[in-house]
Design a protein around this ligand. Structure first.
Ligand code: GLV
Length: 327
């Protein structure tokens, strides 16, 4: 019997490609070309599955042009590149890669928090520029992390991982805001208390954003919200670009509305707002919160196993729209 055909839309670990080739006729992209929507549509002709990353948009127009497509397996926990409703309407399954990146991403959120609060990037640039010629009592004095108040907006798996690090590792008071409140046992394990969004903004010394992107979450942190934060506060975004109004954030960092920020994601990335690039009180990283080799390999394997699970056995591991499976 002919193997199903799939497209792997970006470069992947060679061993993951070999695994996929055992089950599928694979069109790969080890040159790592970023396909335009037209190229993606063309490459997907006749394909039953596609291995995507956040850079491939799967929407109604693409699905209408690719009637044989049955599954899009994203190598990411976030899936705002998928129009899940359009996929469900066309009975195309979507899958993502939850759990395998939780701790790695939470580690990185904490790294950005520490780097921004303790002014690590700014002071390193100063040193490398040969400007360090003496010790002074307040040189690069930053904000205290241990014992301070850690705020978390979005309290899913990664938010809980950050809360645990703050509570158990740094003796922080942890407050969070989320649409749904955690059960008491999970709150206790995280040492976290639910507060309103207004209280979260007003009381956090360090606020970490970990909520998924949605239309409702667009610019959930803008000028009005930044104005409610402490002038000494740190903001960290490891969620998605577009959750923060980057222009408003740059203005707030410039005007001292808040003290510092650590960002891994941006509106319109890989472009970064030029006003952010010009500021020294923001630590900028290129969307690498899950980037360790073991974690990226686990993500790639989970995406591949979703393709194999669904197209070979009819049983994906982490479906986003399981309604497609029923009937
Ligand atoms: C990365 O941003 C992911 O969603 O996995």
């Amino acid at each position: 019997m002919r193997k199903p055909t799939i497209l792997v839309a970006r470069e992947v670990f060679p061993e993951v490609l070999v695994k996929l080739q055992q089950h599928f006729e694979v069109t790969s992209n080890q040159d790592d070309t970023i396909f335009t929507p037209e190229q993606l549509r063309e490459k997907l002709q006749g394909k039953a599955g596609v291995f995507t990353t956040g850079s491939e948009r799967i929407d109604a127009a693409l699905l209408a042009a690719c009637p044989e497509l049955k599954i899009c397996a994203n190598m990411a926990v976030g899936f705002n590149n998928f129009d899940v409703d359009a996929m469900t309407a066309k009975r195309v399954l979507g899958t993502n890669t939850p759990d395998v990146l939780t701790d790695t991403t939470a580690d990185f959120g904490f790294a950005l928090l520490l780097a921004a609060a303790r002014r690590m990037a700014e002071s390193e640039h100063f040193l490398r520029a040969g400007k360090w010629n003496r010790w002074t009592f307040d040189m690069f004095a930053g904000a205290e992390v241990h014992g301070s108040t850690l705020g978390i907006l979005g309290m899913g798996r990664i938010g809980q991982g950050i809360a645990k690090r703050g509570h158990h590792g740094f003796g922080m008071k942890v407050v969070y805001h989320n649409r749904s409140r955690l059960d008491a046992a999970t709150e206790a394990a995280c040492g976290a208390s639910w507060v309103s969004k207004a209280e979260l903004l007003a009381t956090s010394d360090h606020l970490v954003l970990v909520l998924p992107y949605s239309k409702e979450a667009h610019h959930i942190i803008g000028a009005a919200e930044l104005a409610q934060m402490k002038p000494t506060a740190t903001l960290v975004n490891i969620a998605r670009g577009g959750i923060v109004d980057d222009a408003a954030l740059a203005a707030a960092l410039r005007n001292g509305t808040i003290a510092a920020a650590g960002l891994d994601v941006y509106e319109g990335e890989p472009k970064v707002h030029p006003d952010l690039l010009a500021l020294s009180n923001v630590v900028l990283s290129p969307h690498i919160a899950s980037a360790t080799i073991p974690t990226r390999l686990a993500m790639a394997n989970l995406a591949a196993d979703n393709l194999i699970g669904y197209l070979v056995r009819g049983e994906p591991l982490t479906p986003l729209n399981p309604q497609v499976l029923a009937g």
